[in-house]
Design a protein around this ligand. Structure first.
Ligand code: SF4
Ligand SMILES: [Zn+2]
Length: 110
């Protein structure tokens, strides 16, 4: 199951943030903090310098997130990552596949 890595990573991150907010913050819709985090990650994915050759953000050598957002996303990943295989197995398997097969490359001109 290939396709746009960025589009799929957006779906994966969205599922992870929603799971985290529902379980940890007790919200069915996203709380303000998690909503900002998700919007922030989508903006970063849209502006990713690696484009179609991007690694998963967790394996990126650039780490374009600011420190506070990176810390929040790390908490989300730590909680939701292992649970993805139970609740969103298709996305989880595709994400692991991306982690194994993609690696950061320097973008020409940057
Ligand atoms: S962390 Fe790396 S892979 Fe993720 S959006 Fe930023 S530059 Fe791209
Ligand atoms: Zn939340």
């Amino acid at each position: 199951m290939r396709g746009s890595g960025i589009a799929r990573e957006k779906r994966t991150v969205s599922a992870m943030v929603r799971m985290y907010c529902r379980d940890i913050h007790g919200r069915r819709d996203l709380c303000e903090d998690c909503s900002s985090l998700l919007s922030y990650s989508e903006r970063k994915l849209d502006a990713c310098p690696f484009k179609d050759t991007k690694p998963t953000c967790a394996r990126c050598t650039v780490h374009c997130y600011e420190a506070s957002m990176r810390a929040k996303m790390r908490s989300v990943m730590r909680y939701s990552g292992p649970r993805m295989f139970i609740r969103h197995p298709v996305l989880a398997i595709a994400h692991v596949s991306d982690r194994r097969t993609r690696s950061p490359r320097k973008v020409r001109g940057t």
